[in-house]
Design a protein. Structure first.
Length: 189
């Protein structure tokens, strides 16, 4: 069966398919939602500066996927096989994107010396020990800014019980020291 296909229809179908694949990839890997995407004409290497005169280059990666479906079933209104192929492509894209994001984050944090790998159950003591070793920033409201990756780990830390008075005292002293270090770095720029 030969179908009449116009290039504009083909382009529209690709946009819909790519949109569905991208949306579904976030369902397969919710951590990707933290990294918004936008269409660009050309993807170029990105330079990430982490201190004056020092940077790393993040090279773009290509991801290719293939799928097959029976167009006659789609024309007849049966989208089962098409949906399965799009979902498989989304799963593959999610795995590739997570690998890219993780690798990029690892490269940047390793270059800056600003990474701490934690093990064991989350606790206020573990979080403060990790923050002791890392360089953190502060937002305009004076709140500390740092990332805990992956999102599952961040959710586990967010579910910790309130700090004890001793933990709160250590936290306040730690944040005051980290704020002084941050301010000193800002003055040297």
């Amino acid at each position: 069966m030969v179908l009449f296909r116009l290039p504009d229809y083909d382009l529209a179908a690709r946009r819909v398919a790519y949109g569905l694949i991208e949306a579904r990839s976030v369902a397969h890997a919710p951590d990707l939602a933290a990294f918004p995407t936008m269409p660009v004409a050309q993807v170029r290497p990105e330079r990430v500066a982490y201190e004056p005169g020092a940077h790393i280059t993040v090279e773009p990666v290509q991801h290719h996927g293939e799928g097959r479906f029976d167009i006659r079933a789609v024309v007849a209104g049966d989208f089962t096989q098409l949906g399965q192929e799009l979902d498989a492509a989304a799963r593959s894209l999610a795995q590739a994107m997570l690998a890219f994001v993780t690798s990029t984050l690892d490269d940047v944090t390793d270059a800056t010396g600003n990474v701490v790998h934690g093990t064991g159950e989350p606790s206020w003591e573990a979080l403060m020990t990790m923050i002791e070793k890392a360089r953190i920033g502060f937002d305009p409201d004076g709140q500390p800014t740092f990332a805990i990756w992956p999102a599952r780990a961040a959710e586990r830390f967010a579910s910790l019980p309130p700090k004890t008075p001793e933990q709160q005292q250590r936290w306040d002293a730690l944040m005051a020291r980290k704020r002084r270090e941050f301010d000193a770095r800002q003055r040297n720029r």
